[in-house]
Design a protein around this ligand. Structure first.
Ligand SMILES: [Zn+2]
Length: 171
């Protein structure tokens, strides 16, 4: 029989039992499939933008595995610089959810969100951001103006997690 003091130790340990390797692999696989699915939709939206004479950028906002906002780059027709795909997707999601924050949501986009879009993403407190192509000149992660990942702006909530290119690769 196991002595009492060891039995309680074992009980505590079993509460924190790690998932098996198979379980972890399947979780990662499912998550990667989700990333790919949403990136694929971004690419379709980007193509639509390209066909209408805009820079080919597309974005979606996802909550609980469901797309709740879509954006197609549309700056050209009205010469409106705020109509970047990411901001269009944010506008769509805010309207559909009738909310003023997007905590717990993920934003996927074909291109690294620029400084303008990064500001909007931080303001609306989007939790995760995934993008396919880095934009080293004005991107919110890879440029000198890393607004998307900045941690030194006191009025802002913590930065979103970045879904890396590696997680989106092989799509
Ligand atoms: Zn932008």
């Amino acid at each position: 029989m196991i002595p009492n003091h060891l039995a309680s130790h074992l009980k505590v340990k079993s509460c924190f039992a790690a998932p098996g390797l198979k379980q972890i692999s399947s979780l990662i696989y499912n998550r990667m499939n989700e990333h790919r699915k949403f990136l694929k939709r971004c690419r379709e939206l980007a193509s639509e933008a390209g066909r209408s004479g805009n820079t080919p950028v597309g974005a979606v906002i996802v909550r609980d595995g469901v797309i709740i906002g879509e954006g197609i780059e549309a700056t050209r027709p009205d010469n409106d610089i705020t109509r970047h795909a990411e901001i269009e997707a944010i506008r769509d999601a805010l309207k559909r959810l009738n909310t003023d924050k997007l905590r717990g949501c993920s934003l996927y986009t074909t291109h690294e969100p620029c400084i303008l879009c990064s500001y909007a993403i931080r303001h609306y407190q989007i939790s995760w951001v995934g993008f396919e192509h880095a934009v080293p000149t004005v991107g919110g992660v890879n440029s000198s103006y890393a607004l998307l990942t900045a941690k030194d702006i006191p009025i802002w909530a913590p930065p979103p997690g970045i879904i890396t290119v590696k997680m989106l690769s092989d799509t």
